[in-house]
Ligand binder design. Structure first.
Ligand code: SF4
Ligand code: SF4
Length: 131
């Protein structure tokens, strides 16, 4: 019997990608959208949810290093979540670098552990970029 078809990526809803102090970058436009979604002023949103880093503004994390907009494993702002959250794991650095893909596999159980970088990029082209 042949192996069942395998997906290069299938999110397991584990919430691990909401982990990462300083790495959940948000633009001013995203801050405005997130604030509006939560019915807060931009200043209120900024003081409650945003902190600065050398890379720019990013979402605060809790003591475990998880984004404070993650509530019991679910994103409270899913419809308007930042670009970096919508793109993961198909981030430019991962699409460009096989070593980055191997690191991403360790963080994200949704990526097929045995997929090659070429398969990953092909799947992104066909299922994400081309959709
Ligand atoms: S780490 Fe991967 S599998 Fe887990 S929620 Fe994020 S995208 Fe889905
Ligand atoms: S904004 Fe949502 S998807 Fe992005 S890190 Fe926070 S909880 Fe996770």
């Amino acid at each position: 019997m042949s192996d069942p078809p395998r997906s290069v990526f299938e999110c397991q809803q584990c919430g691990e990608c909401c982990r990462g102090r300083g790495g959940i970058l948000v633009s001013d436009a995203e801050i405005a959208r997130l604030a509006g979604f939560l019915r807060l002023s931009e200043a209120e949103f900024h003081s409650q949810y945003v902190e600065s880093s050398p890379l720019g503004p990013n979402l605060r994390t809790n003591a475990e290093g998880v984004c404070i907009l993650n509530q019991e494993g679910r994103c409270r702002v899913h419809p308007v979540k930042p670009k970096i959250c919508r793109e993961w794991p198909f981030l430019p650095a991962i699409l460009a670098d096989p070593e980055e893909l191997e690191l991403a596999k360790e963080a994200c159980p949704g990526i097929a552990p045995d997929c090659s970088h070429a398969e990953f990029v092909k799947w992104w082209r066909e299922k994400v970029a081309g959709s």
